[in-house]
Design a protein. Structure first.
Length: 377
């Protein structure tokens, strides 16, 4: 059933691009009649959201999918699919632990994520302090998009209270554009020679592709900052084709697998569904600078850090897999874990897949020149 529907979606896209809205409307009616016959709940939802995005594209409905208001007491696992989130957290944990083996006394994490939450760092910082008795201080600079005008203040207060309770410094900055990110990084400095600086990108770096030259400018600023390591976790998919029909073809199976992966025995995470629904809307309904979800495969974007002066750091796939399995068995159970795979990709990256379909890729980078102490605030 999935193959015919994906073909009809592509035909509908071609009709929209050709200005034949009467044909597009007829095809959308066919899609609407076929979608309920899909056996799986997640495929029915993916078809629904693809059709919704095409309608918005055809008739210029803006915004393509509104950003949902988020509750003040935010569970970060609800903001992006659990497997993605756990995968990113474990990547950061291993990268930082390996870097601290060099004897650094202070840790500064510059975190670019869809959502920052204390839960992500609570156990990691505790483990690092126990493992490295000489770790004297931890500073986290969180640079995230504004959540919503109603909940942002409560959300910031919640994280600050946690930081004070754990005797850790927390600085939170807001960014809504690549220029904001560049300005934020420009203000940061390495404070001491015994400080390790880690830049952490969780599912947000690809958004820089919406503005020409932004990726290169940001990576250049990170290098100028003298970061010791840069952690990049991104969705592993090619959803950035300039051709809409091709984008639909490449997106359909990916999002079907993604929605399936978010189904757990004990949860129905509404906010995760909202997140991916909004992402589908942006991928299919928007163009130009409005299309910020320009997700690319690792093979497409891996040369950008290299050209900016970074080199990849080999990852320990066996240890990573062990941590991932332990995390999943505790949270979801052993049966749920069986569908997922963790493997090395090109010798120095880690790939997360479900039933053989790639979902996300993690890589760690270091600057080719040794970081320099610049002082300052």
């Amino acid at each position: 059933m999935a193959a015919p529907l994906s073909c009809i979606l592509m035909e509908c896209a071609k009709a929209i691009e050709g200005g034949r809205l009467d044909v597009a409307d007829s095809l959308l009616a066919v899609i609407q009649s076929l979608a309920p016959k899909e056996e799986s709940t997640w495929r029915r939802k993916v078809v629904k959201y693809f059709a919704e995005a095409l309608v918005r594209r055809a008739y210029g409905i803006r915004p393509p999918c509104a950003l949902p208001s988020l509750p003040a007491q935010l569970d970060p696992g609800d903001c992006i699919c659990g497997p993605f989130y756990d995968f990113a957290t474990i990547t950061s944990k291993h990268a930082i632990a390996d870097a601290l083996n060099s004897g650094y006394k202070r840790l500064h994490i510059i975190d670019f994520s869809i959502v920052f939450h204390s839960w992500q760092w609570k156990s990691l910082i505790g483990d690092l302090k126990r493992q490295y008795g000489g770790l004297q201080s931890v500073l986290i600079t969180s640079i995230t998009p504004k959540l919503s005008k109603h909940t942002d203040t409560d959300y910031l207060l919640q994280n600050r209270e946690w930081a004070e309770h754990t005797n850790m410094q927390l600085r939170q900055l807001r960014c809504n554009s690549p220029d904001d990110i560049i300005n934020c990084i420009s203000k940061l400095r390495r404070k001491r020679e015994d400080e390790i600086v880690v830049v952490n990108w969780n599912f947000i770096l690809h958004k820089l592709l919406a503005q020409d030259g932004a990726m290169e400018q940001v990576l250049s600023k990170v290098k100028d900052l003298g970061a010791d390591i840069m952690v990049i976790v991104e969705q592993e998919a090619n959803l950035n084709s300039p051709d809409l029909s091709e984008r639909i073809e490449q997106s359909f199976q990916y999002y079907c697998t993604t929605f399936e992966s978010r189904q757990t025995p004990s949860q129905t995470p509404v906010l995760r569904e909202m997140y991916f629904r909004r992402q589908i809307g942006n991928v299919l309904a928007c163009e130009g600078v409005d299309r910020v979800e320009r997700i690319e495969s690792f093979a497409q974007w891996q040369n950008r850090p290299s050209l900016a002066g970074f080199c990849p750091v080999p990852q320990k796939a066996d240890e990573f897999k062990e941590d991932f399995q332990h995390c999943f068995e505790e949270e979801y159970g052993e049966d749920y874990l069986e569908a997922y795979g963790i493997e090395e990709k090109e010798g120095h990256n880690i790939l997360l897949s479900r039933h053989g379909c790639p979902l996300a890729v993690a890589s760690v980078w270091k600057v080719t020149d040794p970081p320099q102490f610049s002082g300052g605030e």
